[in-house]
Design a protein around this ligand. Structure first.
Ligand code: NAD
Length: 325
């Protein structure tokens, strides 16, 4: 099946807004995107920018009632529960016959299973998928996201899911069964969260000894310390012009969301009996930083600043204050 004429989208924050913008560009002109966000200003502006293509609904039930496929992109499990289960206005209060429901949020697996079960009880012809993403705001903008699908490769809707999600991402990977899309995402963020701390610490070491971080950035790019965090999202301001660190750590992946995902990964390790050497220390750091209001809403790579990393290093380089101790 090709892309349906009606697509719903709930949760238009850093990620959702960019994904909807992309859908408006890549779908046929007669495809209508029905949107809802508790932040009504964001949906109002979006509909104004795309008259006839983006239609604002009053609640999640209305989105589900008017759309064949509904994507959700909200912060945490309790938000998804509210989107689906709030009496009278939640998705579950709409007729869900033949609906394809794709949850791209990173939430706990228990809530995701609960919602999937409730959808199944409401309509045997509806399907619900956990389908978290990786790639951040730049990936959402450029259509290079990775989708981790909570189903097997032989699921009856995989072809359809590929056709719609390929407008938003480059990799759409069935992970085996429900819940495993989320587990893959937790593991990804466990790894990238540790890399963000390790990269911050490494640059901090170099800069504390007066080294120009531009040189270290170049070296890391072609060495074993290479990573997306170093190459594209470097925590040091000024190294990657498009990265949030170069814009006061605004936009990107909020520190409090990193704390949430890191905690979900550590919980999964505990319940599966997987031994962690670094998990508790990193979780402590993300927990401390995310409870500081100065940091919690900023991009997670602000951990460099939290650890005391120099922000004004360019001025120091110009002034020649780079003595090695
Ligand atoms: P965000 O906080 O920027 O946006 C979330 C949006 O959901 C907000 O606009 C909020 O108003 C809306 N919302 C909350 N509750 C709602 C409700 N009940 N009904 C309707 N709308 C509601 O978050 P984000 O950065 O876009 O992240 C969304 C999800 O994607 C999170 O689970 C996050 O972990 C995951 N994620 C984020 C990134 C990233 O780089 N930002 C990358 C990959 C995955």
């Amino acid at each position: 099946m090709s892309v349906p004429k009606s697509v719903g989208f709930i949760g238009l924050g850093v990620m959702g807004l960019r994904m909807v913008e992309r859908l408006t560009k890549l779908t046929e002109r007669d495809v209508v995107i029905y949107v809802f966000d508790v932040n009504t200003e964001v949906t109002r502006v979006l509909a104004e920018q795309h008259p006839g293509r983006v239609v604002v609904q009053q609640n999640s039930r209305e989105v589900a009632a008017s759309s064949h496929t509904v994507l959700t992109m909200v912060p945490e499990g309790h938000h998804l529960r509210s989107v689906y289960m709030t009496p009278d206005v939640g998705i579950l209060s709409a007729d869900l016959s033949d609906r394809i429901l794709i949850d791209c949020s990173t939430i706990d697996i228990t809530t995701s299973s609960l919602v999937r079960q409730a959808v199944k009880e409401k309509s045997t012809s509806a399907s619900f998928y956990d389908c978290p993403v990786s790639g951040g705001s730049l990936g959402a903008e450029n259509g290079t996201l990775t989708f981790m699908l909570g189903c097997g490769p032989d699921d009856q809707n995989v072809g359809f899911l590929q056709s719609i999600l390929s407008m938003l991402g480059k990799s759409i990977i069935p992970c085996g069964r429900p819940g495993l899309g989320l587990l893959a995402k937790f593991c990804n963020n466990y790894c990238s969260g540790l890399i963000a701390i390790a990269t911050s610490e490494a640059f901090n070491i170099a800069m504390s000894q007066g080294m120009d971080p531009r040189i270290l950035h170049k070296i890391f790019k072609t060495s074993t310390a290479s990573s997306t965090v170093n190459d594209t999202w470097n925590p040091v301001p000024g190294l990657c012009p498009d990265a949030p660190s170069s814009h006061g750590y605004q936009g990107g992946f909020k520190l409090r969301l990193m704390r949430k995902d890191f905690g979900l990964a550590v919980d999964a390790a505990k319940s599966g009996g997987a031994r962690l050497a670094l998990g508790d220390a990193a979780l402590k750091l993300y927990t401390e930083a995310s409870t500081d209001p100065e940091y919690s809403e900023l991009d997670a790579r602000v951990v460099f600043k939290y650890l005391g990393g120099k922000q004004d290093w360019e001025a120091d380089q110009v002034a020649g204050r780079t003595d090695v101790t």
